[in-house]
Design a protein. Sequence first.
Length: 126
Amino acid sequence: MHEVDMTKCLVLSMQQWRQQHEPQVPRVERVHLQVGAFTCVEPDQLITTGAYRWLRHPIYLAFLLLLLASGLLISAGTNLILSTALYLFGSELRIALEESELTARFPTAYPQYCKQTRWRYLPGLR
């Protein structure tokens, strides 16, 4: 009996999907990042609506909640505490970098947005 390498199976299936669907994905002229069939466009103006109305970096809160939820399902002990602390430390570093980049890119709009939107990603704390 042969063992199946699940990683190879996953990579091959993703490559096959990409070959089948990539021609159907519309292309954008101003490409900032392109990963496979997915294209991200860098905006010309600062986005301050939706979740960004309340938090400057809402995706980090979503990732934290996902980490906590999956951690509670798998292991609600020391591992969860350590992984949460590591995540918070890494997020603080990344957010500091992102905020300096956003300040350089939007020198008047971003500082004003920071004054209007108090919380970075942890409502009530940070």
